[in-house]
Design a protein around this ligand. Sequence first.
Ligand SMILES: [Zn+2]
Length: 98
Amino acid sequence: MAKSSRSKTIDVECGPCKGTGIYKNFAEPDGVGVVCLNCNGSGKTKLTYRPFTVRKIRDDIKTVRLSAGSFIVTGIGPKGRSVSYKDFLSGKMPGKKR
Ligand SMILES: [Zn+2]
């Protein structure tokens, strides 16, 4: 099995304050901003990520199917035709129809 790559950390623009360090929403009156809780006013935050090296192997999977979705109201779980994990690893994708 491939080893996990080492995680790296970089400075990125803070999302909630869009890099300004000042947060303003409906709770703040006109012209008033508050120090962003997410970045403590610095405007930046850290992002930790692992660079991709190679697709890793799972040892708990035998069969692969497409996902019905990630939203519980519209459907979750497997759908369509399956392929074996071995076939998936050699480049095959599962089918849309069952
Ligand atoms: Zn911020």
